[in-house]
Write a new protein. Sequence first.
Length: 155
Amino acid sequence: MSRSHDYGVYAAALAAVCIGLCPAVGRAALGDSIASVQADGAHMKAQIRATTAASYTVHELLLPTGTTVREYLSPTGAVFAVSWQGPFKPDLRQLLGQYFDAFVAAPREAASTRSHMTLRTGTLVVHSDGHMRAFTGLAYAPQLVPAGVDPEGLQ
C-alpha cells in the first residue's frame, strides 16, 4: 500500500469521526417540511435538484461524498419518504428524525442480515442494503404517503 493511500484512508476516517461528532444544524427528516430540506442541503453542502411527479415532489441532494439522498414531499409539504444510494451511508439519525428511536428499537424482519435489513412498524418502514462503497435504502412513514403513491416503488 502506498504512503499517499495511507494518508487518504486516515483523512477519510478522521472526516467521518468529525462529521459524526458535529451536531446537525438542519434536519431533512421524515415528517418535517420543505424548510428542513433546504437547511439540510446547506448543512451538508449538497447540490439540490427538485423534480415534480403527479402526487409529490422529489428533492435530490448530491452530497460531497458521492452519496445521493432523495427526499419525497407530499402536496402538504411533509417529507413522507427518504432514500439513499452511494458509497457512504448517510446519517440515519438525521434523515429519520423523530422516527429514529423507533428505527433503533424495532425488531428486524427474520430475513434481515448484515448487508440487508428490513423493518416494518405501524409508523415506519425501512429497507437497507449494502456493503462497503455501495449502500442503498428507503425509509417511509406509511401514514404520510399521499394517496395513489406506492412507496415501495420509490428509489
